[in-house]
Write a protein that binds this ligand. Structure first.
Ligand code: PAF
Length: 294
């Protein structure tokens, strides 16, 4: 695996047909599942690693975001990444940037409402990665369900000629969805309220509940009972990310909550027939907590 810092170097090393896995680093098995999906579809896997300041709504959240390039390089290489693109801020945003990408509609509810400017930051950096690297495939985790909808809309509207692949959420053995932020969670029991609430709502959907309000209420009640502070629990259309009142289309049920200082999000994908994608579970502790021999 090579590590490069400029778009020009990526285009020389991976001139065409690459599969891209965009990340902000501090890798876990969720990222590695995206690498696996990328490897299954392409001979060349490029991972980008850039903690994108544009998508953070507070400078303290940006400062506290975990970073460890040495660790990420080892994990990326062992997962089969061919090229690690780790640009500095000057390569990504030479002058500011003056150009921002805003994907209206799909960006507005849920995360968009609670984190103003977040999706503009995501869309701007993803558009730059697509334009600068020109991948044929890009893999994103379903854990960020609304982000996935934003990226699909962006790729369609800006005519990026690539396939977007959504990869199932990977969970820790106790059900907590993997996130680089989990290393900062102190109150594990409260954090588990998000996934437990979602699983309980998915069971209700499997038993025939189709109304959004009771499904959302189950999530809120279970998560609140564990001590998580719920910001929203919303059933949304999978493609438009618009809140819906009935489960009558491909949808996701999303929750955001704070646990102590840490803000967590999670979701389950639901079909109109009540089937759910709850993600996959690790049988062992995540590499997030492993000390690697660097
Ligand atoms: O999901 C993430 O890690 C980020 O939002 C992404 C897609 C890499 C853009 O910075």
């Amino acid at each position: 695996m090579r590590t490069v810092g400029t778009f020009a170097e990526v285009r020389v090393a991976a001139p065409s047909g690459a599969a891209l896995v965009p990340t902000m680093g501090y890798l876990h098995e969720g990222h590695l599942a995206c690498v696996e999906a990328a490897r299954a579809r392409s001979d060349i896997v490029v991972m980008s690693l850039f903690v994108n300041p544009l998508q953070f709504d507070s400078s303290s959240d940006l400062d506290r975001y975990p970073r460890d390039l040495g660790r990420d390089a080892i994990l990326a290489e062992s997962a089969g990444v061919d090229l690690l693109f780790a640009p500095n801020i000057g390569e990504m945003y030479p002058e500011g940037p003056a150009t921002r990408v805003r994907v209206s509609g799909v960006s507005e509810a849920m995360e968009g409402a609670h984190r103003p400017g977040h999706f503009e930051g995501v869309a701007t950096v993803v558009a730059k990665l697509f334009a600068g690297i020109r991948p044929e495939i890009a893999c994103f985790g379903r854990k960020d369900a609304q982000q996935l909808a934003v990226v699909r809309t962006l790729a369609r509207d800006l005519s990026f000629p690539l396939e977007i692949v959504g990869v199932s959420t990977v969970r820790e053995a106790d059900g907590l969805a993997l996130s680089s932020r989990n290393v900062r969670v102190e109150d594990r029991e409260s954090a588990l309220g998000l996934s437990r609430g979602l699983f309980a709502a998915a069971e209700a959907a499997a038993s025939g509940e189709r109304l959004a309000a009771p499904l959302e209420q189950i999530v809120t009640e279970v998560a609140t009972d564990t001590g998580a502070k719920v910001q929203y629990a919303t059933l949304a259309d999978r493609h438009s990310a618009a809140p819906i009142e009935h489960l009558d289309c491909e949808a996701f049920l999303a929750v955001a909550a704070t646990v102590g200082e840490v803000r967590l999000i999670d979701n389950v994908f639901l079909d109109p027939d009540g089937h759910a994608d709850l993600g996959t579970r690790l049988a062992h502790p995540s590499i997030l907590y492993e000390k690697l021999n660097l």
